[in-house]
Write a protein that binds this ligand. Structure first.
Ligand code: BGC
Length: 449
């Protein structure tokens, strides 16, 4: 057997996000978020009627969910805090009961020897702040730093890995450009402004952390490698635009202090402004790690009809998940090597990776059999191992997701969990993929070699 490429202290865990699992969104004095509003508007949801009102009822089942994590052998748990639970109006008055929930969660994790990775913002902006313009308001950077600081002061003694934002690209592209996600806007002039204020918010939150925090802080981005469909000049240019738009737009300001302006100007034209140098300095703060969420790749061709990137994906003859994403593990390795070659050997965590597939409606004698998800995990974790062999400093892997949950506007039909959730009874049943993952953790990946 070949030796496992994973270092001994490699951190194995699973991830979730507040609005996707917690339920009870207004309990104990919490304020509503933009996702609460979005889900309750059937004109906006692709799966009308599905909301986060109950979700996985994790808010009431936190202790048993943590016990389940322990049973699976997880060493880490990445979760997000609901901004509106802590600050119902987004700023100002602190709701102690909301803070207490996360306080208890962290204590419970530590009591089970599970390391918490806390994400400060996974898309559920308080509705009260959206009423003030949300991420289009320049003050949003200060609002976010105020909220972050409350959490640092409450939890930094116990939480040692912090994340500012989850996937700012998805917030802007889904929330402000295409309208598929909250707050549901569709405006080419807004998207660059939302991007820039999100990045300023990230920078301000890192600055606030350096003033009080003693551990590590980073940013989580989603990376989807782009490959040209042909070697035509048009397809190569379209691939470069798509890559700059999705993969470089957030990493470069955070790590290099500049946007890929040439490509973003090609995409947004006059809607892409020249940003002040002081803002860029504020955004580019030293980070302790980068978290990367990887799901799929795209093979890209030029397509003038596509707004505004003039690029579109070409379907591949391959296995696809139920969210329509091609399963292509080699891109995970390519992407990690590209990151190192572009930005240096900054410590990396895979903060999300996983797949939605149809699961059998009932458990069989061996539990819930999910062979495609098992293959997905095995092949993608091996691809991470390959990047480590090539010298990339990857320090941990978080499966998405611990539980089946609300897949945002697509509702409950897409199941990403390694643990099945029966939404009627709220019963949790680990799928075969959960057992496979436990074995990967137990052997530190040696069973994949
Ligand atoms: C998000 C998750 C989401 C997952 C699957 C990521 O974009 O961070 O919240 O459920 O992908 O779509």
């Amino acid at each position: 057997m070949t030796r496992s490429p994973f270092p001994d202290n490699f951190l194995w865990g699973a991830a979730t996000a507040a609005y996707q699992i917690e339920g009870s969104p207004l309990a104990d004095g919490a304020g509503p978020s933009i996702w609460q509003r979005f889900c309750h508007d059937p004109r906006l949801m692709a799966a009308p009627g599905d909301t986060g009102d109950i979700a996985c009822d994790h808010y009431n089942r936190m202790e048993s969910d943590v016990a389940l994590m322990k049973q699976l052998g997880l060493q880490a748990y990445r979760f997000s805090t609901g901004w509106g639970r802590i600050l119902p109006e987004g700023v100002g008055r602190v709701n102690q009961k909301g803070l207490d929930f996360y306080d208890r969660l962290v204590d419970t994790l530590l009591a089970h020897d599970i390391e918490p990775l806390l994400t400060l913002h996974h898309w559920d902006l308080p509705a009260a702040l959206d009423d003030r313009g949300g991420w289009l308001n320049r003050d949003s950077a200060d609002w976010f730093a105020e909220y972050a600081d409350i959490l640092y002061r409450a939890l930094d003694g116990r939480v040692k890995k912090w994340v500012t934002l989850n996937e700012p690209w998805v917030i802007t592209d889904g929330g402000y450009l295409h309208g598929a996600l909250a707050p549901g806007h569709r405006n080419m002039f807004e998207a660059p402004i939302a991007t820039h204020n999100l990045m300023r918010a990230h920078g301000r939150a890192v600055q606030a952390y350096r003033a009080t925090g003693a551990h590590e802080i980073g940013l989580v981005v989603n990376i989807e490698p782009k490959y040209p469909a042909s070697d035509s000049i048009e397809d190569i240019a379209a691939t470069a635009r798509a890559h700059a738009y999705m993969n470089r737009q957030y990493l470069e300001p955070a790590l290099l202090g500049r946007y890929p302006d040439k490509e973003l100007k090609e995409i947004f034209g006059p809607a892409w402004p020249q940003w002040p140098a002081e803002d860029m300095a504020e955004i580019c703060q030293k980070l302790d790690f980068i978290g990367i969420n990887y799901y799929t790749r795209a093979v890209v061709r030029a397509d003038p009809a596509q707004w505004p990137q003039r690029a579109s994906p070409v379907p591949q003859n391959a296995t696809h998940t139920t969210t329509g994403w091609e399963v292509y593990p080699p891109a995970m390795t390519d992407m990690l090597v590209w990151f190192r070659d572009s930005f240096g050997n900054i410590p990396l965590y895979i903060t999300e990776n996983g797949a939605a597939f149809y699961d059998p409606p009932q458990a069989g004698p061996d539990g819930i059999d999910d062979p495609l998800r098992c293959d997905y995990l095995r092949s993608h974790i091996s691809a991470v191992g390959e990047a480590i062999r090539q010298g990339v400093d990857v320090r941990g892997y978080m499966a998405w997701s611990l539980l089946d949950n609300l897949e945002w506007s697509l509702g409950y039909s897409k199941r990403f969990g390694i643990v099945h959730v029966d939404y009627e009874s709220q019963q949790r049943t680990p799928k075969r993929s959960a057992h496979l993952y436990s074995e990967i953790i137990r052997t530190n990946g040696a069973n994949l070699a």
